[in-house]
Unconditional design. Structure first.
Length: 232
């Protein structure tokens, strides 16, 4: 608290963290989303097969990927088509690989491991839906979610969690879905809606890219940062 009170201004990475800081200090607190490194592209949004799913993150339990696998297994049983690319590594990687096999999803899932920037960009460009329905586990939760914005930059809507800063990164019903990531049925409902409606996915992807271009590109947020410093 002493450090916070010595500051002239506190810049938070989400409104969620801003509200936490406001409870601890009288120093002014503002929110500037931490998307400084994401450069706006002049490329048109690439055409996508709307059944291409992507998760690109650290493979932690709270990312909701275990629950997503169960949801997709149910949808496969219903006859819905999809392919799920999973990139990244982490403590649940082996568990997730084994689960994919147990659920008979091996023909629907590709594990890419850790990818470099070039392959990361390639996966994002071909993806139609980004899946990372994170939830709180003990005291760990998504403070904002840069991954959602990286997807939005490429015109990809997200299925995100509904707690922490995720609902600020993904606008529910506009740029994606915010669901209970600890609930298979909640994830399954969103995925079913997405896989059954190419038009809806397309609309949300266009909205996601437009929001990125207008509000969240690196040049936009850096100007906000500079203006905040100048105003001091």
């Amino acid at each position: 608290c002493r450090s916070l009170n010595r500051a002239d201004l506190i810049i938070a990475s989400s409104n969620m963290t801003a509200n936490l800081a406001k409870d601890l200090t009288t120093t002014p607190v503002i929110t500037i989303y931490p998307t400084y490194m994401l450069v706006k592209s002049n490329e048109t949004r690439s055409k996508k097969l709307h059944t291409n799913l992507l998760s690109l993150c650290r493979l932690d339990r709270r990312k909701g990927l275990i629950e997503s696998a169960h949801a997709l297994a149910n949808l496969k049983d219903e006859g819905l088509d999809f392919h799920w690319d999973i990139a990244g590594s982490g403590p649940i990687e082996n568990e997730l690989r084994n689960l994919v096999s147990e659920l008979n999803l091996s023909d629907k899932v590709t594990f890419h491991g850790i990818v470099d920037e070039r392959n990361k960009e390639s996966l994002l460009k071909k993806a139609s839906i980004f899946i990372m329905p994170s939830y709180q586990l003990d005291r760990s939760l998504e403070v904002f979610g840069i991954s959602y914005i990286e997807a939005a930059k490429e015109g990809v809507p997200s299925i995100a969690g509904k707690i922490g800063g995720a609902p600020e990164a993904v606008l529910n019903g506009q740029t994606g879905w915010c669901v209970d990531g600890n609930n298979v049925r909640s994830i399954q409902t969103a995925l079913s809606e997405a896989l059954k409606s190419k038009e809806l996915v397309e609309k949300m992807g266009i909205n996601a890219k437009a929001r990125f271009d207008q509000e969240l590109s690196g040049s936009k947020v850096f100007k906000q940062l500079l203006q905040s410093i100048t105003d001091l």
